[in-house]
Design a protein around this ligand. Structure first.
Ligand code: FAD
Length: 236
């Protein structure tokens, strides 16, 4: 893996998906190329005092002159405020790429199951784009993504299109406080997992809150999954 370096990047585009999630498109300025593995993150300087926050890269590692982040601004601290105020053309300073939460070599696994809550989707979008579009991996790839309300769901068109183009990819959005009309999984990600058969011989990747990771790991181990097949990244 490439050792982390100091970088600067310029904000090229910003999509406000809804009141919680904003997607940012950065062009690297100095150095102007970064090699990273899907699942790695960057540590962004978010104040003049030098305070930092970590953000997983959500774009494909195939793109080397820029990268994307998706940020949940609801925690409302300095990181959220810094990104909310960031405007087109602004320069950010960051250290990257960092982290070991990358896909383990899984030649003997028949499936890869991703479980995210909230912004925990970020590293999985990068991994799924990499697996489907770049690596053309034919193993079963299953994504569970938990959010509180259906009106904060985004990227559903992108994931549904991926599922059409790559029939080995399945997407299950899970809404904990859904409306009556919500036709798919309701409740927590653990509720949705519980009513599904687990794929045989799968690796599991979990990303989100400490509580979700504990709950999902507990359920998986209770259903016979080996602890070494479960990988996680805690966001808070
Ligand atoms: C490896 C790693 C990768 C990360 N990647 C992302 C990412 O891609 N996108 C993203 O939005 N965040 C990501 N985070 C979380 C991010 O680093 C910050 O913690 C988050 O943005 C809150 O920062 P803040 O300064 O706004 O709030 P803080 O002042 O740091 O925290 C305010 C409060 O919010 C809680 N909190 C922190 N994060 C969350 C959260 N995600 N949801 C709900 N409550 C939270 C804290 O426990 C605290 O009580 C990642 C964290 C790690 C460790």
């Amino acid at each position: 893996m490439q050792p982390p370096k100091q970088y600067t990047a310029r904000l090229e585009e910003k999509i406000v998906h809804n009141e919680r999630f904003i997607q940012y498109f950065f062009e690297l300025t100095e150095p102007h190329e970064m090699t990273f593995k899907a699942g790695q993150y960057v540590s962004v300087k978010v104040s003049e005092k030098g305070e930092r926050r970590s953000y997983s890269i959500c774009s494909s590692p195939d793109i080397k002159h820029g990268f994307e982040l998706v940020i949940d601004i609801s925690p409302g601290g300095i990181g959220s405020k810094y990104f909310e105020a960031l405007d087109f053309g602004a320069t950010i300073e960051f250290l990257g790429p960092l982290g070991m939460f990358t896909l383990a070599p899984n030649d003997n696994e028949a499936a890869t199951t991703f479980v995210a809550t909230g912004s925990g989707i970020a590293p999985f979008r990068s991994m799924i784009l990499d697996l489907c579009q770049e690596k053309k991996d034919t193993r079963s790839i299953i994504l569970y993504w938990g959010l509180r309300h259906e009106n904060i769901l985004f990227w559903e068109d992108e994931f549904e299109e991926l599922a059409e183009n790559f029939p080995n990819f399945k997407f299950h959005p899970v809404i904990s406080q859904s409306s009556e009309a919500w036709p798919l999984c309701r409740g927590r990600v653990t509720d949705c997992l519980r009513v599904h058969d687990l794929p045989a011989n799968s690796g599991y990747y979990l990303c989100g809150s400490t509580q979700m990771i504990a709950d999902v790991s507990g359920q998986l181990i209770g259903r016979g999954v080996l602890a070494e097949s479960i990988h996680h990244e805690k966001f808070y």
